[in-house]
Design a protein around this ligand. Structure first.
Ligand SMILES: Nc1nc2c(ncn2[C@@H]2O[C@H](COP(=O)(O)OP(=O)(O)OP(=O)(O)O)[C@@H](O)[C@H]2O)c(=O)[nH]1
Ligand SMILES: [Mg+2]
Ligand SMILES: [Zn+2]
Length: 323
């Protein structure tokens, strides 16, 4: 199946004014976007107004403002939108995602707080997370990493150990079936190996990255903007569905101020079945008597580490949000 099939309804729209066409956002850097047109060519595009509320992975309508520049006039309805937020701003990560791949490494040592937050962000949108521990060739910290990951494995999260650099074939064989036919975003701290995974899955992608980097900025190794890539059609198309892989810049903070209390308590899978045990229907699971969640912590069935994260996220969720 041709990857342009999603553009079948592209072409002239009936809207008044300039002709519009459908396009896919493949890169975003502030108000500056790169979109892919029906013929697979790339075009710079800007939102019409001041706000840039389109994200990588969004299907949009564009109008040509010049031969080499488009204006985004509308965003097609999206399945979901992944974002981060703190008390100052909300930052879009990507839209229409099927899988969040959280990339960790033995070294530099990964932050468990960020892992927990990434899992919560995926759960809140009902997106399947996949946790990858990369750089297993660096054995000094491997046992420590495994020990910290056990809690998440026990919670039922799919975790995969890899060494992209020293055992690339094994890594490829494990990643291909998990990324074919779906749209995945890789997120994680800087230096964990996200772009290395991208290069493994899409041979020759470095050249594409350079081309886009030249358009948007940088020349540095570290990823500076979110970018969507097509996985090879030879193995990544499943029942006509293409595989997309989105690479994103490493982050050090993952604010989730946008999640409501109701979303938060349900984003912890081990809390869910306990919620009906709480004595009060509006229990916050902080210090209420007869709380099902607190009871499960006392009984050793819920990890205090997870409850600490919940408490912190609840605190953030209650902050004022000017955005
Ligand atoms: N030892 C070892 N090093 C690796 C492995 N995978 C990646 N690296 C190295 O880790 C460094 C960082 O890799 P990147 O792929 O750029 O990391 P990233 O997650 O994309 O980082 P940002 O773009 O900054 O977010 C590079 O020097 C890679 O060569 C691995 O399996 N083993
Ligand atoms: Mg990178
Ligand atoms: Zn409770």
């Amino acid at each position: 199946m041709n990857r342009s099939s999603r553009h079948q309804n592209a072409g002239k729209s009936a809207g008044k004014g300039a002709e519009s066409e459908s396009a896919l956002i493949v890169a975003a850097h502030g108000r500056h976007y790169v979109v892919e047109r029906a013929d697979h060519s790339h075009l710079h595009a800007f939102p019409r107004g001041k706000k840039s509320d389109a994200a990588v992975g969004d299907h949009v309508r564009i109008e040509l403002a010049a031969a080499d520049q488009g204006v985004i006039t509308a965003i097609e309805p999206r399945k979901n939108l992944l974002h981060r937020s703190d008390q100052f701003k909300s930052k879009l990560l990507a839209a229409n995602i099927d899988q969040v791949i959280i990339v960790l490494a033995t070294e530099p040592s990964f932050s468990e707080d960020l892992l927990g937050r990434a899992l919560v962000s995926a759960e809140a949108l009902d997106i399947r997370p996949l946790v990858i521990l990369n750089k297993t060739d660096l054995t000094a910290r491997l046992d420590d990493a495994r020990r910290r990951l056990k809690l998440y494995q026990d919670l039922g999260y799919d975790t995969l150990e890899l060494s992209v650099n020293s055992r690339p074939e094994e890594a490829l064989a494990a990643l291909q079936p998990r990324t074919a036919g779906v749209s995945s975003i890789m997120i994680g701290q800087s230096g964990m190996g996200k772009s290395s995974m991208l290069n493994l899955l899409i041979p020759g992608v470095e050249a594409q990255t350079r081309e886009i980097s030249a358009k948007l900025d940088s020349g540095k190794h570290t990823t500076t903007f979110t970018r969507l890539y097509h996985l090879p059609e030879t193995w990544a198309v499943v029942d006509g569905k293409p595989g997309y892989l989105i690479d994103s810049p490493g982050f050090q903070e993952f604010g989730l101020h946008h999640l409501s209390e109701g979303m938060l308590e349900r984003a912890f899978p081990e809390f869910r079945e306990r919620l009906t045990d709480c004595r009060f229907y509006n229990c916050h699971h902080i210090n209420e008597p007869g709380c099902g969640v607190l009871g499960a912590i006392e009984g050793g069935d819920i990890s205090p580490r997870r409850h600490e994260l919940y408490t912190q996220l609840l605190h953030e969720s209650r902050q004022q949000k000017p955005w």
